[in-house]
Ligand binder design. Structure first.
Ligand code: F6R
Length: 645
């Protein structure tokens, strides 16, 4: 590419989209940043400059604000600027986009609570300058209330800068699909996907309010400047539709294509489906390194429906890849090279094949017996994501250890915990000092959205430990090799976790030092910046940084599997471990031991299938993709990326 994809400058400069070769598929100006921290700092900078400029002119600064995970770091940075740099909010007037309805202000799920917690309680904004739609207004007064909210914005001269996140439905504010271009502040029914996304914070979809009050599309469009932020892989698809698709009420954010001062700030994952990022050869000249060539050839196979060895020059030329041909020679050479590359990722010996030539195998032959440490963020990711490979490693004689990073206690439902508590209570143990009775009472008297008592959390953690031990015993691992780390960042009792701390990293270092593994397996979910998988991975990366100078680490390879929700792209895979139909069934059984996670688990997401079904589907699909590329036809495959730390 001719221009740098990621801009380094500190500020954000609006430019019309689609004017340059690289952005010709795009209809909204967007800026790519390395991560949400850097992007948020830039957004906060623009906001602070606006506030200061307005202050110099003795004017009020009217901000439209959003809640959700996207703007959290912007608010953190603004609070820092207030505390350390003296940024004052005395001239700031805010209008929040939305609020659940009905919703009390004291509810920790309310946007009222969110805004005070993250921003207003920590800066010098005047309380009378804060406007958040009121979730307590009676239904009879709601219509007039919305008209008045709209008027209040008008009376302040309109919004100077509107901050937005985007929902996976394409909503901005709570303007769900079907919202009209000219809609104003009103009440709205939340879309199913929006409720699914909100379900974890409400501890279940049934607790998510069905309605909300939201500013309308027209209200947002009238803002003089709009900044929309999106972080993480799960926003990639809606970002592509919004920036490159046609304007449609089905994706309300596409209405922003009509606004001529809107900028999207995207991290690399959120931007990853944009044509210029995903398939840059369709946009302009490319530097054809190994990685890009592989990605393009796999894409070409999928596009043409051909296997690798059947691609011809014409396929390359017709699909924006003629420069690859020109750079690297003929399609024949490219095809053979690519075929061998993919072929060499396949191995039934994930711990390396003893006494075999390992020059083109994913793992080393020596040492023949390896110490293997499998990290599992929750107490079931090991079998869900790599149950087949886990089984092979044990069968092939390696010393396999499993370390469950978190207790996973919040994912055990109350009725599941109650069942175990009542069973134990039924045994009439006299020496538990009434603990089981207390636990039963705690569960039965628990208020909606309240956090579990410590005893209940402990019971839930033990339930998951026992399920894990049942699964690891089934796969032939001794209990001594099963480690429950209970990392402290997770132990909040709620969906919101603590940031990663020294205590977490220390525990991770200790287990790695104790085992001195030749292979580490870990969940490589790089996308979700707040999720348990990502924090668990960060804990590992931090530990590896500290341990790297130790000599045993020279022999330690890191393999990343993907969590329950996704699989690596074929071009990224370094090791693909095939499974026979029998091994698929064995893996299924190992997953079954995690009974508390069966039948409608608490944090289901929008895929209602049970974990074993998802795992099988995903492993079958990987095998099918290999077959379609012209490689051997297996029942299922698990995939790994080697991570060079
Ligand atoms: C929040 C709001 C919503 C969110 C959107 C993205 O006030 O209006 O449109 O911006 O749902 O949410 P997050 O940032 O949590 O992904």
């Amino acid at each position: 590419m001719k221009t740098k994809l990621i801009e380094n400058s500190k500020s954000i400069r609006y430019e019309e989209a689609g004017k340059f070769e690289e952005t010709r598929f795009e209809k909204i100006h967007n800026v790519l940043v390395l991560n949400s921290k850097e992007g948020s700092a830039r957004v906060a900078k623009e906001i602070s400059e606006l506030i200061i400029n307005k202050q110099a002119k003795n004017q009020q600064c009217i901000l439209g604000l959003a809640t959700g995970s996207s703007p959290i770091k912007v608010y953190e940075e603004l609070v820092r600027m207030h505390k350390e740099e003296g940024l004052s909010f005395v001239n700031v007037v805010t209008f929040n986009l939305d609020e659940y309805y009905p919703m009390t202000k004291g509810n920790i799920q309310s946007y009222y609570y969110f805004m005070h917690e993250h921003l207003f309680n920590h800066v010098d904004i005047l309380p009378e300058n804060i406007h958040i739609p009121d979730g307590t207004v009676s239904i009879d007064e709601l219509h007039q209330y919305c008209i008045d909210y709209e008027k209040a914005i008008e009376e302040k001269g309109g919004i100077d800068l509107q901050l937005l996140g985007i929902g996976r439905t394409g909503h901005i504010g709570f303007n769900e699909p079907g919202s009209h271009f000219n809609s104003e502040t009103r009440s709205i029914i939340l879309d199913y996907i929006t409720k699914v996304d909100a379900a974890p914070s409400f501890l279940g979809i049934d607790n998510v309010p069905k309605k909300a009050i939201t500013m309308g599309i027209r209200t947002v469009r009238k803002a003089k400047r709009i900044i929309l932020m999106a972080w993480g892989q799960n926003k990639a698809s809606i970002i592509k539709k919004t920036i490159e698709g046609d304007i449609s009420s089905k994706v309300p954010a596409t209405y922003l294509q009509h606004h001529n001062n809107t900028t999207f700030i995207l991290d690399v994952e959120a931007a990853s489906d944009l044509t210029r990022i995903n398939t840059p050869w369709l946009v302009g000249p490319c530097v054809w390194d190994e990685k890009l060539s592989s990605k393009a050839i796999i894409w070409l196979c999928q596009k043409t429906g051909k296997s690798i060895l059947k691609l011809i020059d014409e396929d390359y030329n017709d699909n924006g890849m003629s420069s690859l041909l020109a750079d690297k020679g003929s399609s024949y050479d490219l095809n053979i090279k690519m075929f061998n590359k993919v072929q060499h990722t396949i191995t039934g010996w994930p711990g390396g094949k003893p006494n075999a030539d390992d020059t083109s195998r994913p793992e080393r032959a020596n040492p023949a017996i390896k110490r293997v440490l499998i990290f599992s963020p929750h107490p079931d990711d090991d079998v869900i994501s790599m149950g087949g490979t886990f089984d092979r490693l044990v069968e092939q004689g390696h010393e396999v250890h499993i370390a469950y990073q978190t207790s996973g206690n919040i994912a055990v439902s109350n009725h599941e915990a109650l069942k175990f508590a009542e069973v134990t209570k039924g045994m009439r143990c006299n020496n538990d000092n009434g603990l089981m009775k207390k636990i039963v009472d705690d569960i039965k008297s628990k208020k909606e959205n309240a956090i579990d008592s410590l005893d209940v959390r402990k019971l839930k953690g033990i339930i998951r430990q026992c399920e894990s031990l049942a699964a690891t015993r089934y796969l032939g691992v001794s209990d001594d090799n099963v480690h429950f780390l209970n990392l402290p960042f997770y132990e909040t009792g709620s969906i919101k976790k603590n940031p990663l701390g020294e205590g977490d990293v220390k525990i991770m270092c200790a287990i790695i030092e104790e085992i001195k593994p030749h292979q580490i397996y870990a969940a490589g979910d790089l996308a979700d910046p707040h999720g348990t998988h990502r924090v668990s991975l960060d804990a590992l990366f931090e530990a590896l940084k500290i341990l790297k100078p130790k000599s045993f680490m020279n022999d330690c390879w890191l393999w990343l599997y993907r969590g329950a929700w996704q699989e690596w792209d074929i071009n990224e895979i370094d090791m693909a471990v095939p499974m026979s139909p029998d091994q698929v069934l064995k893996k299924r059984k190992a997953i079954f031991f995690h009974q508390s996670q069966k039948d409608g688990v608490m944090f289901q997401g929008n895929d209602i299938r049970e974990f074993w079904m998802r795992a099988e589907d995903r492993n079958n699909k990987t095998a099918k993709k290999y077959k379609e590329l012209g490689l051997a036809d297996y029942a299922a495959m698990e995939a790994f990326v080697r991570w060079h730390y």
